[in-house]
Design a protein around this ligand. Structure first.
Ligand code: PHE
Length: 346
């Protein structure tokens, strides 16, 4: 065994490599010169049987040769691939001008989009967005809003109850509206207050096209000196125009909610028929979009505000309802069925 043999081997390997023009022959070459049964591997395996001096010499030369051949192989492979791509392009077999494959991208749920639009609209008018708990005390959801146990108004807001009591406080429940945050906000800060509170609410409902057992609301509350019903109307009118178009008109009618006095519901004139009467507004020409009113003085007094000095207004709207109107969606249940064919449209 001599280093001379290795030189011959190297020359042979390089000559045949230079002639290789496709990947299959390249693989044959690799098996032949670097594979398990190649002469080079055989030499490397036989090293241990050689006398020390020779082993050192041949060993170093053989290892260097193996590295050299591996590098040459990689370079050749690279060269062949580049050449192939070039030919494909020249022959028009690869069209580099084709658009790339789109990566599927998620997006915001239509209810989230509408919720953000509503909140943004009030933020522009100086309201601040805050949040409150979905699992709520009976106290905030009902009692503090002047809806004591056995009050018939509770029928409007039947809910899921949580089997949990603490310190003799009333039981917990899944909040039926975002209104408990009126009291929560007033308890922790002093007027002036301007907040909107978006969030999920729950009701014990037999579901149908316009009722779900989970819904999203945006609550609003403004308390300050000298706030009147005119402020409420002006603010909500501005909101309706921002969200539904400058030409919208609004209508306020008396309504009853135990926590406001006076109470009202607000409608916008139907933007499909402009008030003529159609299937969207069920012939009425008007579409009801929220409940509102002046914060009941008793509630102001209960949180320690002076009702002679401070007044406020509150409102609450269903976000799904607004989204349904904006996008002409007929069934509220579509929002929570996770059907991409529906969701991808928004
Ligand atoms: N919380 C009421 C509801 O869910 C709406 C409302 C909010 C009414 C604020 C008046 C004032 O129906």
């Amino acid at each position: 065994m001599s280093t001379g043999e290795l030189q011959t081997l190297e020359a042979q390997a390089n000559d045949s490599l230079a002639a290789i023009a496709d990947e299959t022959s390249l693989e044959d070459w690799r098996v032949n010169y670097l594979g398990r049964r190649s002469r080079l591997t055989e030499i490397l395996r036989g090293l241990s049987a050689l006398p020390l001096e020779e082993r050192k010499q041949v060993g170093a030369a053989a290892n260097r040769l193996r590295e050299a051949l591996e590098t040459a192989l990689a370079e050749r492979r690279d060269m062949l691939r580049k050449r192939d791509v070039q030919t494909f392009i020249q022959q028009g077999r690869i069209d580099v001008t084709l658009p790339g494959r789109p990566i599927p991208m998620g997006r915001l749920h239509p209810v989230t989009q509408t919720q953000r639009d509503i909140v943004a609209c009030f933020e522009k008018m100086g309201f601040q967005a805050v949040e409150g708990p979905e699992v709520e005390w009976d106290y905030y959801n009902f009692e503090a809003l002047r809806i004591p146990e056995h009050h018939p108004a509770r029928d409007m807001w039947d809910t899921m109850w949580i089997d949990y009591h603490r310190d003799g406080r009333m039981p917990m429940l899944l909040r039926t509206h975002t209104s408990p945050n009126q009291v929560r906000v007033m308890e922790r800060q002093q007027p002036p207050i301007r907040v909107v509170v978006p969030g999920k609410c729950y009701r014990y409902e037999a579901t149908d096209a316009t009722h779900e057992w989970m819904l999203t609301q945006v609550e609003g509350l403004a308390v300050d000196e000298g706030i009147s019903m005119a402020d409420l109307k002006g603010t909500l009118y501005e909101f309706a125009q921002q969200l539904f178009g400058q030409e919208r008109r609004v209508r306020f009618r008396c309504d009853y909610f135990p926590f406001v006095e006076p109470g009202a519901d607000m409608s916008i004139d139907c933007f499909v028929c402009n008030g003529e009467g159609c299937s969207t507004c069920k012939g009425a020409g008007w579409i009801e979009i929220m409940g509102a009113g002046m914060v009941h003085p008793e509630i102001l007094a209960n949180v320690g505000y002076d009702p002679e000095r401070y007044t406020g207004f509150a409102f609450g709207m269903g976000v799904e309802r607004v989204a349904m109107l904006r996008h002409d969606i007929e069934d509220i249940r579509l929002f929570y069925q996770n059907d991409l064919r529906f969701l991808e449209q928004f």
